[in-house]
Design a binder for this molecule. Structure first.
Ligand code: AMP
Length: 218
């Protein structure tokens, strides 16, 4: 099963993708995570991506399309995957479409999680990520047991540069600009499910699962 999560940064795509990954036993593929790892490791890709990421802009299409081509060729993607943070532009959606055609696969469902800017600012400025394992916390909604320490691995927690308020506003504007086209593209292809991200994590998850089950039964 091939799923795409759409929605502005901070809508809860990653959280839902992780839950769906556990439920359906297919990997979550996040271009943001792959890029952050490349930046942390100082690879050529990381060096090329860093300035775009720090400013809240998008990394060039070609770079992310190549990342996805390599990642989807991995054995764990054979039975499907959940794309989180990709595609973000029409060119990326078309690049993905070509790759899937070559693999004889199709997108089963696009899940669009919508949230407004004010809600995003409060969500993202409270977000803390682990430097070592990438686990994500929220100071209000899912705080770690010990301040600034990861429950999972003991690593230290930090506020991502791109989760600062000015950058969030820029990322949201970038998202709004690009997403209209992207949504139109997937709405035309069918299998498009929109849900508000302003609810309890479990309720949103159950609604998404219900939609997936309904298309699987068709
Ligand atoms: P995310 O964790 O998905 O919010 O991604 C963090 C940053 O990585 C974004 O603000 C972009 O600079 C970059 N990025 C991640 N995915 C993509 C993509 N599909 N296209 C372009 N840039 C991306």
């Amino acid at each position: 099963m091939q799923l795409i999560m759409l929605g502005p940064p901070g809508a809860g795509k990653g959280t839902q993708a992780k839950l769906l990954s556990d439920r359906y036993n297919i990997p979550q593929v996040s271009t943001g995570d792959i890029l952050r790892k490349a930046v942390a490791e100082g690879t050529k890709l990381g060096l090329e991506a860093k300035s775009h990421m720090d400013s809240g802009g998008l990394v060039p299409d070609k770079l992310v399309i190549d990342i996805i081509r390599d990642r989807l060729a991995d054995a764990d993607c054979a039975n499907g995957f959940i794309l989180d943070g990709f595609p973000r532009t029409r060119a990326q959606a078309e690049g993905l479409h070509e790759q899937l055609q070559a693999l004889g696969k199709d997108i089963d469902l696009v899940i669009d999680i919508s949230v407004e800017l004010d809600d995003l600012v409060s969500r993202l400025t409270g977000r803390r990520s682990c430097k070592d394992c990438g686990e994500v916390y929220h100071l209000t909604y899912s705080p770690p047991s010990k301040e600034d320490i990861c429950d999972k691995c003991g690593g230290s927690l930090y506020l991502r540069d791109d989760d600062k308020e000015e950058t969030i506003k820029r990322r949201f504007a970038v998202y709004k600009e690009q997403s209209a086209q992207l949504k139109g593209y997937y709405q035309d292809l069918g299998a498009f499910f929109q849900i508000s991200g302003n609810g309890a994590i479990d309720d949103i998850f159950e609604a998404i699962v219900k939609e997936i089950e309904s298309i699987s039964n068709k």
